[in-house]
Design a protein around this ligand. Structure first.
Ligand code: ATP
Length: 623
């Protein structure tokens, strides 16, 4: 069947509008001189009118003989006028009385008709749009693009062709790349393997936080092997109609097999791959049918079909175990958030086509972006390019990247009216954090401090972990507590009281201290016992509550140990700020003047760190 072009419904609507409006465009005839209605009535009463045509409110009349109807006007035998909007009940009797020939035509006021037509056509267009959308959804899984594709039963469109992405475009993720690289050879020359009776791997599950390059890696595999890439998001399988998902799956696999060797990539697998029987509808809902279809398609591969199915998820924990059995998604690859070196490499990939200024040091940017995913880094570079373009600059500079980093991490700069007194308190608070971070031996190095409000924060002390840490030593954590409580301590010492500004500091410090006590055994009185009450999700960064498995007394002990740890951190912050009070006050003045201070400016104010600033951590802990 031939495909209906997408533009056809639109053209049909336009033609309909033109045809219908041209039908009415002529409207009532308006011959002759236009006169006032009262004048028309006068002429009628005088017996001058011989013939009248009525159409809606419009009146066209012929006089018994030509006469000049206006001052200085030419004699005319035709005139036209309008009956007042509220009507004239005396008109018909008068016409009859005068024996005037009357012709009445149906009301079809031109403009009114056009509007009516337009409204109807508009409604029709909305209807057509919905219809198109509906079928587009249905056809979506088959790569359809609307009514035409649906009618054509086209399944070919979801074949995205061979992507032009290569492994070189995927920076970092070396482990995952190595694993999938093995498949390139199989996909390029499947026969070499099948001759020996080796079956290609069927399914690979890519796991990891959002934006770590799962889709990119799947594309790169197809690109390297030069095979067609079929991409679908699992949520697209499930739309409106029951049974559609399963039939889409069937179509997609059929198509992929026809074009084998090929790659199918199913994004967001968890949308359909959740444990079966957990849904409503007696365990036979649309999602489960779709999942069953995927499973049976994967089982139905014959040895010679080199179709590799890759699926991505960031919720591997909820997947139906049947999906993970041998022959299905039995190979699992985890893509981690990139470490510093990988971030540097990812930035390198994304600045390739962009003009960068000489001052740009991607190593510094990578160091300043812990926790950023590949997608975040791509976004950062893009935002910096946009900022540079807005300024009319020809190159992206370090300043653009730095500003956008702050924006991505902390939100937009907020224009906020802050009273001088509150601003001073803000500077004292941030100086407290900064001083603690500066003087403590195990704290992360300072990057900058600012009292410019951004996102939800009024100010911020930014520190950068020098390397990406995989384990956190106790000394480091104890110093981190001191830094967190340094702001509040400075307020208390220098302003004589605290404020609500430490809300988030206290929350974070308490969470950290609780983890140190209940998970990492860092409280001497309690020791290495697992006393956690929640579990953090590996990819979502969320805490999931767990049932408590210890006594009230132990819970009380944990609370006491947490409190003790925080009190100790506060005492240490107090000592540091008291010892260096003059320098801290200098920092506050400069911060209020400049609003943002970088690492060197902070060092200028606070001076070098003396080795004996604090006794070593183990002495402290013991004391
Ligand atoms: P989601 O789980 O949200 O679907 P994902 O893991 O599939 O995310 P992608 O869609 O592959 O992430 O990544 C988004 C974009 O981020 C990519 O198009 C790419 O430009 C960039 N990106 C992510 N990781 C990398 C990487 N390792 N190297 C280069 N670019 C990357």
């Amino acid at each position: 069947m031939q495909q209906i072009p997408r533009w056809l419904p639109l053209v049909a609507v336009i033609v309909a509008v033109l045809v219908v409006s041209s039908l009415f465009a002529s409207g009532p005839r308006r011959d002759g001189v236009e006169v006032a209605y009262s004048r028309f009535k006068e002429l009628l009463s005088d017996g001058e009118i011989a013939h009248v045509e009525l159409q809606g409110n419009a009146v066209t009349a012929r006089l018994s003989q030509p006469m000049a109807l206006g001052p200085g006007g030419q004699p005319s035998q035709q005139l036209s006028t309008n009956i007042p909007a509220f009507g004239d009940p005396k008109l018909m009797p008068l016409l009859e009385q005068q024996g005037v020939e009357v012709i009445s035509r149906p009301d079809a006021d031109g403009a009114g008709a056009i509007w009516t037509t337009l409204i109807w056509v508009g409604l029709l267009a909305v209807y057509l749009w919905f219809w198109n959308r509906m079928y587009r959804n249905v056809a979506g899984g088959m790569g359809g693009r609307g009514i035409g594709d649906f009618l054509a039963g086209s399944a070919a469109a979801h074949d995205k062709g061979t992507p032009d992405v290569r492994f070189a475009d995927v920076a970092g993720q070396d482990n995952a790349k190595r694993e999938v690289a093995e498949l390139v050879d199989i996909l390029k020359d499947p026969e070499r393997y099948t001759r020996l009776g080796a079956e290609p791997p069927r399914g690979i599950l890519l796991m990891g936080p959002p934006g770590t390059g799962k889709t990119l890696l799947a594309k790169a595999l197809a690109g390297e092997a030069g095979v067609p890439f079929f991409h679908i998001s699992a949520s697209e399988f499930i739309e409106m109609f029951v049974g559609v998902g399963a039939s889409r799956v069937r179509k997609m696999f059929e198509e992929a097999k026809k074009k084998a060797p090929s790659i199918i990539f199913i994004d967001e697998l968890d949308a359909i791959g959740r444990v079966r029987g957990a849904g409503l509808g007696g365990g036979h809902d649309e999602r489960e049918q779709t999942l069953n279809q995927i499973l049976s398609e994967m089982d139905g591969f014959e040895g010679h079909e080199a179709v590799v199915v890759l699926a991505a998820t960031n919720r591997p924990d909820v997947l139906d175990p049947a999906l993970l059995r041998p022959g299905r998604f039995d190979r699992h690859l985890t893509l981690e958030l990139p470490d510093r070196e990988a971030r540097r490499a990812i930035l390198g990939v994304h600045v390739r086509q962009k003009p960068m200024a000489g001052d740009v040091d991607l190593g510094i940017v990578a160091g300043a972006t812990p926790g950023f995913s590949g997608a975040d880094l791509k976004n950062l570079v893009n935002e910096a390019a946009l900022a540079a373009a807005r300024e009319g600059a020809t190159e992206i500079t370090m300043r653009h990247l730095d500003e956008m980093r702050d924006r991505v991490m902390m939100g937009l700069v907020r224009k906020l009216a802050i009273e001088p007194e509150e601003r001073h308190r803000l500077a004292v608070h941030e100086a407290g954090h900064t001083a603690a971070a500066h003087y403590l031996p195990n704290a992360d190095p300072l990057y900058k401090v600012t009292i410019i409000p951004r996102g939800r924060a009024l100010g911020g002390t930014h520190m950068l972990p020098e390397e990406d840490r995989h384990t956190l030593p106790e000394d480091y954590l104890r110093d981190r507590l001191v830094v967190m409580l340094g702001g509040r301590t400075a307020e208390r010492l220098l302003l004589g009281g605290v404020s609500s500004g430490a809300d988030d500091d206290i929350r974070q410090a308490t969470q950290l201290a609780r983890a140190m006590v209940a998970r990492w055994g860092m409280a001497e009185d309690i020791g290495p016992v697992d006393l956690r009450q929640s579990e953090s999700h590996p990819f979502l960064g969320r805490e999931i509550a767990q049932p408590r498995h210890f006594s009230d007394q132990t819970a009380h002990q944990v609370d006491e140990a947490v409190r003790g740890m925080l009190a100790e951190a506060e005492t240490r912050a107090e000592q540091l700020i008291t010892t260096h009070r003059a320098d801290v006050e200098g920092l506050i003045v400069r911060l209020e003047e400049q609003e943002t201070l970088d690492h060197d400016e902070i060092s200028d104010c606070l001076g070098a760190v003396a080795a004996d600033d604090e006794p070593p951590a183990h002495d402290r802990a013991a004391g």
